[in-house]
Design a protein around this ligand. Structure first.
Ligand code: 13P
Ligand code: SF4
Length: 305
């Protein structure tokens, strides 16, 4: 079968079997083309709450499929590749954070959405990279324990100097591995390009950017900007998607190492097998876990995040 034939079959089967396909923007172009909805973590969690179909397929990583299940527990939710996890989501356990909370009893616990459902049960509010600043600003408490990503946390802290942040050693191994030397090299190669970066990168990298924002933030900035060249400091799929969308502009990946193997572990054939009910993994979650864990997701939505 050609790629086009596989895509046509997915489109036919998703109608026949009442599937909605959600895809994170870090998925490959062939998958985005068959998705009903694509975007960053924030956009996907908003879409997840309004899906009408009986079945939802998440092309992304496990915590994203769990978020869909928590927001729509009556639906059958599938993860396209059962091996697609997010290493950051697994970095801190509920037990560890419960111990840390005892040392900081007067802090509000803000959890990046890239966390397990179990960890969410001991957190006060979730954020995504596009809502972290807005929500941390709106929290009445001026003491914030921000987990697990210390780089996103440090970025938010730099924008809210009036608040006190406690950060722990966690983060995205893909974005955090980028060294400031990569920025120096990219800027030398492309001196006229604007540098757009994701706040999961270390402060020494993001402090050199013309714009810091979530995946959707970066894409919107590039679409609307009058500039013609951009160095993209996030997962390399974003440079590719933007290049398709804006052929009159040029997009350069900051470094070839910015590839998330977990996001890239889903293939178009995985998607085909899922909409045939012959692949992927149906997300099963205990009703009590859903009830406890979704409180901080509901709080995020309530706060407009
Ligand atoms: P956003 O989707 O919030 O930009 O986060 C990027 C990411 O690394 C998702 O896992
Ligand atoms: Fe997790 Fe980073 Fe991959 Fe996002 S890019 S899924 S945060 S490892």
């Amino acid at each position: 079968m050609t790629v086009r034939e596989v895509q046509d079959e997915i489109i036919r089967l998703k109608k026949e079997n009442d599937f909605c396909i959600l895809a994170h923007s870090y998925q490959t172009h062939d998958i985005l083309e068959v998705a009903d909805f694509s975007g960053d973590s924030y956009a996907l969690s908003k879409a997840a709450a309004t899906v009408k179909n009986r079945n939802v397929l998440m092309c992304g990583v496990r915590f994203m499929a769990e978020t869909v299940k928590m927001l729509s527990p009556e639906k059958r939710v599938y993860l396209s590749n059962p091996l697609a996890g997010c290493p950051m989501a697994e970095q801190m356990s509920r037990e560890f954070i419960s111990d840390v909370k005892e040392q900081y009893p007067d802090y509000t616990v803000v959890a990046y959405i890239n966390t397990t459902a179990s960890l969410k049960t001991v957190c006060d509010v979730c954020v995504t990279s596009s809502s972290a600043l807005k929500i941390c600003k709106a929290i009445e408490n001026d003491k914030i324990l921000f987990i697990p990503d210390c780089n996103l946390g440090a970025y938010v802290q730099s924008m809210l100097p009036e608040k006190t942040f406690k950060l722990l050693r966690g983060g995205c191994p893909v974005h955090a591995a980028v060294r400031p030397e990569a920025v120096t090299l990219a800027k030398k190669l492309h001196p006229d390009a604007l540098f757009l970066v994701h706040p999961e990168c270390v402060p020494e990298v993001s402090s050199q950017a013309d714009y810091v924002g979530s995946t959707s933030g970066i894409m919107d900035f590039a679409r609307k900007s009058d500039a013609k060249e951009f160095i993209i400091g996030t997962e390399n799929s974003i440079s590719e998607h933007l290049q398709y969308e804006c052929p009159d502009k040029k997009f350069y990946p900051l470094t070839k190492s910015l590839i998330c193997e977990n996001m890239k572990s889903t293939t178009l054939v995985d998607v085909l097998n899922c909409v045939r009910f012959d692949g992927g993994e149906e997300i099963k979650m205990d009703a009590e876990l859903i009830e406890q864990a979704r409180k901080c997701i509901d709080k995020m939505i309530e706060m407009g995040g």
